[in-house]
Design a protein around this ligand. Structure first.
Ligand SMILES: C[S@@+](CC[C@H](N)C(=O)[O-])C[C@H]1O[C@@H](n2cnc3c(N)ncnc32)[C@H](O)[C@@H]1O
Length: 356
């Protein structure tokens, strides 16, 4: 019996080491399958870009638009499947882009994989036919300088959201008295995978960070991510609606950050297929005008912020004027600023609570 188990383990190990030639053949077949699939389904992958090592992979995005950097939930977004295929290969082999582009791996006698080639074929089929985001298939994504587990039921954190952490860092740099206070208190409302809460904690190791979400699935993933990053002592997670679970922190928060659901309900089914079919609508749907959650957070935050505290929100392209007006008309904030993301979209609003 034990020998049978040993043989099974050995068989599995053998499957996880392939020659460069085997991997090359698998990749060529997957490229061909992808091209055929795209032609059949008439999904046009990306714009004309540079060739990556194969005559067949001619229609690729420019290098700057890597799959892990795809942003937003735009309905007009078209995935670049060939680039994603290479992302899949890279993530299970540890090979770099250059090795794939030059196909230098082909002569290698043994390449270790974290998944067998048949498993990869199955994953790739799910990516193409069911339009499942690769991050869900791989179970992880990178965000800022760390890796986060993700799974269906939890929003895949987007690259533009990373800038919220830079904005918080700038804020603290401009308010040095915060740095002297050894225990800053931050809240991340709608924490999802925990990305913002964990990014804050890595930036401000002395701070206490409080992540809130109404979704138990999201909280399970956020807690797992906190443990993986060794931040489970510094970051606390709460299940509930926005600020409601943080009653004990009324008047004590130095900053409230949120990337809330902000897509108008009618637009949610029109989002790119991967998002509309597979990402949680709870994380996307911002009510009739997209501003329902933002409205609630703007009105509740003053009870929880200390005087001079920061409210920092992410929003959708086109919402800046309305969000600015919401904040100003509440009459409780002294300054309001709009900040753009790297694509020039007016994406974030920051406001300082006047106090009182
Ligand atoms: C756009 S996602 C942001 C997730 C994560 N912060 C990020 O940036 O990747 C919005 C999050 O808000 C959560 N959410 C939705 N309604 C909520 C509510 N009433 N109270 C608290 N969280 C809520 C969703 O479950 C989702 O995780």
């Amino acid at each position: 019996m034990q020998r049978e188990v040993q043989r099974e383990v050995q068989r599995e190990r053998q499957q996880l080491v392939v020659s460069g030639e085997e991997l090359w053949v698998w990749r060529q077949q997957a490229i061909q399958r992808t091209i055929d699939w795209v032609a059949e389904t008439q999904v046009q992958p990306g714009v004309q870009g540079r060739c990556q090592g194969s005559d067949q992979s001619q229609r690729l995005r420019p290098e700057s638009l890597l799959p892990e950097q795809q942003s937003d939930y735009q309905s007009n977004y078209q995935p670049d499947y060939l680039q994603e295929l290479d992302w899949l290969v890279r993530s299970v082999t540890g090979l770099d882009r250059l090795a794939l582009r030059l196909e230098s791996f082909r002569s290698s006698p043994g390449i270790e994989l974290t998944r067998s080639l048949s498993e990869l074929s199955h994953l790739w089929q799910q990516r193409l036919e069911q339009r499942v985001p690769l991050q869900y298939l791989l179970g992880s994504t990178t965000w800022r300088d760390f890796s986060l587990a993700v799974k269906p039921g939890v929003l895949i954190p987007r690259p533009e959201t990373e800038l919220l952490i830079d904005l918080a860092q700038d804020w603290v740099a401009k308010h040095p008295m915060l740095d002297r206070d050894s225990v800053m208190q931050w809240a991340d409302l709608g924490t999802g995978s925990g990305a913002i809460a964990l990014g804050l904690s890595r930036s401000f190791p002395q701070a206490h960070v409080h992540g809130v979400d109404v979704s138990p699935v999201a909280l399970g993933v956020a807690q797992h991510n906190a443990r993986q990053l060794g931040l489970d002592e510094a970051v606390h997670f709460y299940e509930g609606e926005w600020l409601t679970p943080l009653g004990a922190l009324k008047g004590k928060l130095d900053g409230i950050i949120s990337n809330p659901p902000y897509i108008p309900s009618a637009e949610v089914p029109e989002l790119q297929t991967e998002v509309a079919l597979h990402e949680p609508h709870l994380a996307l749907d911002g009510g009739e005008d997209g501003l329902a959650s933002i409205r609630l957070i703007v009105s509740q935050a003053p009870q929880y912020l200390r005087a001079g505290g920061l409210l920092l929100l992410e929003m959708m392209d086109g919402q800046a004027a309305a969000v600015q007006e919401l904040i100003l008309s509440s009459g409780t904030y002294s300054t309001v600023q709009i900040h753009s993301d790297l694509a020039g979209v007016r994406r974030f609003a920051s406001a300082q609570f006047a106090g009182g």
